[in-house]
Design a protein around this ligand. Structure first.
Ligand code: AMP
Ligand code: MG
Length: 341
């Protein structure tokens, strides 16, 4: 079994993964309520919380599954907040040293990249390799608070990033929009909820599409355009039109994601489409990409809700499935706050 630790941002998480059976247990402590008061993650507070919360999570894991089968420790070593990463990496080194098992550092983004395949593995662990071969080449969209990118996995499971964002990430655009609308943090789910009773075509926000063949994303203009729109409205009008504002703003983000994904899908004979990261929770986005995949006659592999936000299950899974993961020497594994894919 692989024991994985994740503490790159505001979730402390531990998971146990058995390649022959699947995830044996996952434990998460979220700090959303703590940081919500400040309108975003406060790095120093997050570090202290990780320090506090790993021990109780390990106690739960010990009580519910036990550590006797652990043959490898995996830990997120980047990207993320330096202090937060350091807590997880230090804990992982201590465990690997005490148990004399190998340690691997996992790129958090690669965790998101492979997370849509956790469900494929869970259905039939013994057949996973064959099934994965049938789903490659794969086009994947990672949409989170810090990243928005399209990548491909070729038949050899090699990863290639084909587009990213020029400015804000999709989740960041939703969070900043929610802040302008005084909705709170994190903004994505709050906007989605308000949008349910609104019209997506009520306001015409820019799509940030850019040149037609360009696959990169850009969301900063969208946020600015919302600000200008709100400056033109009275507080009472904003309150009254809140559902329309949310639905239109959300739709602008989703349209940009769907347009670029559609363009990328035309490029190659992809056999599956993936969706992961925190924004993948959004039901309107899931439905839109589901429709797109169906049109192409390929499956949409969307990460399960518990694997969209930060979690250790995807870190354990990536440690096992990602061919680029290498065993680290205990002294040598460093934190890598600005690691890229
Ligand atoms: P992550 O960066 O992967 O931890 O994901 C957090 C981001 O996902 C934040 O920007 C959230 O606003 C966004 N998010 C979470 N749930 C939803 C949702 N239902 N719709 C849109 N965005 C969401
Ligand atoms: Mg998070």
């Amino acid at each position: 079994m692989i024991l994985a630790l994740e503490s790159s941002c505001d979730e402390t998480a531990v998971a146990l993964f058995d390649p022959a059976r699947g995830l044996a247990g996952e434990w998460v402590h979220s700090q959303i309520a703590l940081h919500g008061r400040y309108g975003g993650v406060v790095p120093d507070l997050a570090t202290r919380e990780h320090l506090r919360n790993f021990a109780p999570l390990f106690e739960l894991a010990r009580a519910e599954v036990g550590f006797s089968g652990v043959s490898q420790v995996a830990v997120t070593h980047g990207p993320g907040l330096a202090g937060c990463l350091a807590v997880g990496v230090a804990a992982a080194k201590a465990l690997a040293l005490a148990w004399r098992v190998p340690l691997v550092g996992v790129n958090h983004l690669r965790g998101h990249v492979f997370s849509p395949f956790i469900g494929v593995h869970a259905e039939a662990p013994a057949e996973f390799s064959t099934r994965l071969d049938g789903l490659l080449p794969h086009l994947g969209l990672v949409v989170s608070g810090g990243n928005t990118l399209l990548f491909t996995l070729d038949r050899e499971r090699r990863l290639n990033v084909i587009s990213s964002t020029k400015d804000d990430a999709a989740g960041e655009a939703l969070d900043k929009g929610a802040k302008l609308l005084a909705l709170g943090y994190p903004g994505g789910p709050l906007i989605e909820q308000r949008a349910l009773s609104g019209r997506a075509d009520a306001f015409d926000f820019p799509r940030g599409i850019g040149p037609r063949s360009d696959l990169d994303f850009s969301f900063s203009g969208l946020k600015t355009s919302l600000r200008y729109q709100l400056e033109k409205m009275s507080p009472a009008a904003i309150t009254e039109r809140l559902p329309d504002l949310c639905a239109s703003y959300q739709q602008a983000v989703i349209d940009a994601l769907v347009r670029k994904t559609t363009l990328a899908l035309r490029r190659d004979g992809f056999r599956s489409l993936g969706l992961s990261g925190g924004v993948a929770n959004n039901r309107v986005l899931r439905a839109a990409l589901g429709g797109l995949a169906q049109e192409q006659g390929i499956p949409l592999l969307a990460a399960q809700p518990k694997h969209t936000g930060d979690n250790a299950g995807m870190i354990a899974f990536a440690a096992w499935v990602d061919p680029s993961v290498r065993e680290a020497d205990l002294a040598g594994l460093e934190i890598a706050p600005s690691l890229t894919l």
